[in-house]
Design a protein around this ligand. Structure first.
Ligand code: UDP
Ligand code: MG
Length: 310
């Protein structure tokens, strides 16, 4: 069975349509499925709509959050509740084409693949500034986490094994896109064209996107902490050069009395403080890695002589 997880936040106009289209496409292909709608603290009639659907259909589960916890939380709630052999995450606005679910399903069914990852063929309509920021964001993430995150999306099919592995990750601040590549497993990519949003407008404001970016970076890499060490090294090099220059002036030139001492003291203390902060930052990054309490490894499969365990 396939579980379709759909986070919904103020999507009253999309719920019914999304439900109808997804149901139609999956039934036409004879796939057994359930749909899990998560109402992420909407202020419109989204909850009304999805709870009605759940009353009318055996294969619909609707979940209600007490307030808006964000898409990430909705995704992880869905993964925890889903009971399918595979889960598909999709948006409520039909920007993720339901036909792609069928392709994902077939790839998963016919190959030894645990994750089918939807990648954006093109990034859809976006402003120049937004493109710039998203490029910077992905550059930082790719470089520091070693995961290829460009054109990644939350549109993914995950095998039960992957879902179980993700459910075991105890951290509170999550970044689904990166966590689902961090767990590894055999991954197949599939490209899809981002469709136009059906109804309503995007839930992301510049502010919420910025917060999401900062949160994602800090919850996935400790690179910003190491920057302090780099600054410390740079300022030390500068202080050595300037220090030599000041001493040279004091001995051979004509500098104000007392001035060289002030300059050298200032330079030295700054770089020592930077260094120390860098070292502390390094330990904090270790504490941070530890406190996430991630499993040290994830086993995909164990093969024994006469039985195979998944
Ligand atoms: N969403 C959510 N909680 C939020 C913001 C968004 O559950 O706080 C859901 C939203 O209902 C939609 C999906 O996340 O199903 C993607 O949101 P949106 O279409 O606004 O993002 P975009 O496509 O512009 O990136
Ligand atoms: Mg959208």
């Amino acid at each position: 069975m396939l579980s379709i997880i759909i986070p919904s936040y103020n999507e009253e106009k999309n719920i019914e349509k999304t439900f109808a289209v997804v149901t139609e496409v999956l039934e036409a292909n004879g796939i057994d499925f359930e749909i899990i709608f998560i109402n992420d603290g909407s202020s419109d009639s989204t909850w009304q709509k999805i709870s009605d659907l759940a009353h009318e259909n055996d294969n619909v589960t609707s979940v209600d959050f007490s307030r808006n916890f964000g898409k990430e939380s909705a995704i992880f709630a869905g993964l925890e509740i889903a009971s399918g052999d595979a889960c598909v995450l999709m948006d409520c606005d039909l920007q993720h084409p339901p036909e792609t679910i069928i392709e994902m399903y077939n790839i998963w069914k016919n190959n030894d693949v645990d994750i089918v990852e939807g990648r954006k063929k093109s990034r859809g309509k976006e402003s120049k500034l937004y493109k710039c920021f998203s490029m910077l964001f992905y550059r930082i993430l790719n470089k520091s986490s070693g995961l290829d995150m460009d054109s990644a999306s939350d549109f993914k099919l995950l095998d039960r094994k992957v879902v179980d592995a993700l459910n075991k990750m105890p951290e509170r601040l999550t970044f689904f896109r990166a966590m689902s590549s961090w767990v590894g497993f055999r991954t197949e990519k599939i490209y899809f064209e981002v469709a136009e949003r059906q109804e309503g407008k995007s839930k992301w404001s510049a502010r919420s996107l910025f917060r999401y970016a900062i949160n994602s970076i800090t919850s996935f890499t400790s690179a910003p902490l190491h920057l302090v060490t780099v600054f410390g090294i740079i300022s030390f090099i500068i202080s050595v050069v300037l220090g030599i220059d000041t001493l040279y002036n004091k001995i051979w030139g004509n500098s104000e009395a007392g001035f060289p001492t002030v300059i050298i003291l200032q330079l030295l203390t700054t770089s020592i403080i930077m260094f120390s902060l860098g070292i502390i930052g390094y330990y904090i990054s270790k504490i941070y890695e530890e406190i996430k309490n991630r499993p040290r490894y994830i086993i995909t499969k164990i093969v024994k002589k006469d039985k195979e365990e998944q």
